[in-house]
Design a protein around this ligand. Structure first.
Ligand code: 0X9
Ligand code: ZN
Length: 316
């Protein structure tokens, strides 16, 4: 059984129980793919949703969605779980799962997510303990554990907007992919890079649909292509409850960063449509978004994702 609901935020074990439930009740649709463990030993399980009937010699396109790279951004896993549930339990989306494979990892930073529930609600990073060499350079007193999992990817690692101080909230780690969580996700993406056409990572907050690059103000060669689908998404989002999402690159809307997952997915894995979605709100509650917002936020984001996936299906 499971205790999943969309009127409150859930602990990691409840989330794993729900994934298990889905795979047991919908074995023809849902498969759990263990991709590794966190620093503290928690299992990371990708949910594959697919009805699998592919025509011969046709490569089925796929989309990747993750949430919870940052521990305190609780709305992100909640939205990923909502999307999962709709795809599995709502029969009107059968075509979306027969023509596209969905890979969803609701909580990348499971250790940090749990820590934000038990100890420090505003924790952001993972929970790994700094290496000996970092320990001699910096004081690893309480609060200096963990790496910013959105600075740890092998893309301009350690550059702009990333810190070398283990006590900083934007600590990039001792090296690119020092963390088991980013290694697990990046290995999976590389293994499936020929089929994954969209990389989407859910964060909060500020209501923005961000396109690469984040490490430079230079625009990507195919910036217009990425913006075209992102604009369709934000326009369909606005039609749901009127929410407005700003659209553009992080350096133009927020700040420049390096070692981010979206830039790596595009630059290294070659996934053309790579997006970071900053979920609501715009600062009233910030990271402490009330649970009543889970359903309305999820509905609008699922609408945005559907618009992108439908365009991808047409391109194919
Ligand atoms: O700083 C971050 O990692 C993101 N903001 S958050 O409040 N969710 O922490 C912005 C990331 C911008 N950079 C990339 N998208 N690569
Ligand atoms: Zn974030």
């Amino acid at each position: 059984g499971h205790t999943m609901t969309w009127n409150r935020y859930h602990r990691y074990q409840d989330i794993l129980d729900y994934l298990m439930y889905l795979s047991e009740h919908y074995p023809h649709l849902v498969e759990l793919l263990p991709i590794g463990k966190t620093s503290e030993g928690r299992q990371l399980k990708v949910v594959k949703i697919s009805s699998g009937q592919t025509k011969e010699n046709v490569v089925k396109p796929a989309i990747w969605i993750d949430g919870g790279i940052h521990a305190r951004e609780w709305i992100a896993p909640a939205v990923a779980l909502y999307v999962m549930r709709q795809l599995v339990e709502n029969k009107s989306y059968r075509k979306l799962v027969s023509e596209v494979d969905w890979y969803i990892l609701p909580v990348v930073n499971a250790d940090g997510y749990e820590y934000s529930h038990t100890t420090d609600r505003l924790w952001r990073k993972s929970r790994s303990v700094a290496t000996e060499s970092a320990r001699t350079l910096w004081d690893t007193s309480y609060g200096c554990e963990g790496v910013d999992l959105n600075r740890n990817w092998d893309w301009h690692w350690g550059g702009v907007g990333a810190s070398r101080d283990p006590c900083s909230d934007t600590y990039a780690g001792s090296r690119a992919f020092s963390e088991p969580e980013t290694r697990a996700v990046s290995d999976f993406l590389l293994d499936h890079r020929d089929r994954i056409q969209v990389y989407l990572t859910l964060h909060s907050y500020s209501q923005m649909w961000l396109v690469p690059w984040s490490h430079t103000k230079k625009l990507a060669d195919d910036y217009d292509d990425m913006m075209y689908l992102a604009r369709q998404a934000t326009e369909s989002i606005q039609r749901v409850h009127g929410s407005q999402y700003q659209l553009g690159t992080s350096p133009s809307l927020l700040y420049a960063t390096s070692g981010g997952s979206d830039d790596w997915a595009k630059g290294k894995a070659g996934i053309k449509y790579s997006y970071t979605v900053e979920l609501p709100d715009k600062g009233v509650y910030g990271f402490l978004l009330p649970a009543e917002k889970i359903v309305p936020t999820s509905k609008e984001i699922f609408t945005g994702i559907k618009s992108i996936v439908k365009s991808i299906m047409k391109i194919n």
